[in-house]
Design a protein. Structure first.
Length: 142
């Protein structure tokens, strides 16, 4: 084998390794996105997260908020039911005040539905699961 040929094979191996690593990273991200549990969203990744997902439901909550805690099982159920279809996230307003302020979340719990990175619907208060599902279905079809 000539030295030139060996160099070509070596470059090809490095390129294949980069492709393999990139694909593995993409698959890992997709698996995480399809989680059956709500994802934790923070100020620093909010914009990237809602822009990356075609449809997202973000639960603005706080640990001390009794209605937020009452809504938590519903949010967990929705995350499992809509896995792979709707990104479901939770943002703690005490730990992430910038995003709450930016979106003018004045009461909690507040559920914000984002489509293409823009707010398309908002639900304030502890509401029945069917109310949230109806809002999601309205935006899934359009």
């Amino acid at each position: 084998m000539t030295n030139e040929h060996e160099q070509f094979i070596s470059e090809e191996d490095r390129e294949l390794k980069r492709i393999r690593e990139r694909k593995l990273q993409e698959l890992t991200e997709r698996i995480l996105e399809m989680s059956t549990e709500p994802a934790h969203v923070i100020d620093s990744n909010f914009s990237e997260t809602v822009n990356k997902h075609p449809l997202a439901l973000i639960d603005f909550w706080a640990a001390w908020c009794a209605p937020c805690r009452a809504l938590e099982p519903t949010i967990e159920e929705l995350a499992a039911e809509y896995s792979g279809k709707v990104f479901i996230g939770k943002l703690n307003v005490d730990e992430n005040p910038e995003t709450a302020e930016l979106l003018q979340v004045l009461s909690i719990p507040t559920l914000v539905i984002m489509k293409g990175g823009k707010e398309v619907d908002r639900i304030v208060g502890c509401v029945p699961k069917g109310h949230i599902q109806a809002a999601l279905k309205k935006h899934m079809g359009s």
